[in-house]
Design a protein around this ligand. Structure first.
Ligand SMILES: [Zn+2]
Length: 151
């Protein structure tokens, strides 16, 4: 079902300071800066091997990353897993007792379109240590027109 880790979203207080630490300590190169008003976050994305790290700072105290920091301190807010078939992945997880939660950016529960693929979020820590997002990455055939550029 799960093919690989797509990204790890890390809740940070200050995305610029966090990125500087990653660049200094891990020799991370240039990051892609993403200001995402819909998600109310400022982000820096870069890869370590095949895994994308997304450093995410909420733009306000009600944001999901600010709320994560209040509860747990800075750290991984969720892990995104690439799946072949998102509806099958959801069915398998919910059959095992997991529940879905609304996407905090879109307020949609269950599979819906984001820029890179169809995504869904599971409630709470669906496995010990991690909140989970499933992503069925678009193919050329199923990519919605609004995400034609892939970004
Ligand atoms: Zn969404």
């Amino acid at each position: 079902m799960v093919k690989r880790i797509k990204h790890m979203a890390v809740a940070v207080k200050d995305v610029d300071a966090a990125l500087a630490s990653y660049q200094r300590r891990l020799s991370v190169g240039e990051a892609r800066r993403v200001d995402w008003p819909k998600g109310r976050s400022r982000e820096a994305h870069f890869s370590i091997g095949e895994v994308e790290i997304q450093l995410c700072e909420s733009m306000d105290q009600d944001g999901r990353f600010a709320q994560h920091i209040l509860k747990y301190g800075e750290g991984v807010q969720h892990m995104c897993l690439v799946v072949d078939d998102i509806e099958a992945a959801i069915a398998e997880a919910t059959a095992d007792g997991a529940t879905l939660k609304p996407c905090s950016a879109c307020n949609i529960t269950g599979s819906h379109a984001h820029s890179e693929g169809f995504v869904a979020f599971l409630a709470g820590q669906a496995v010990p240590g991690f909140e989970l997002e499933f992503m069925q990455v678009y193919t050329d055939e199923d990519r919605p027109a609004q995400y034609a550029t892939g970004v």
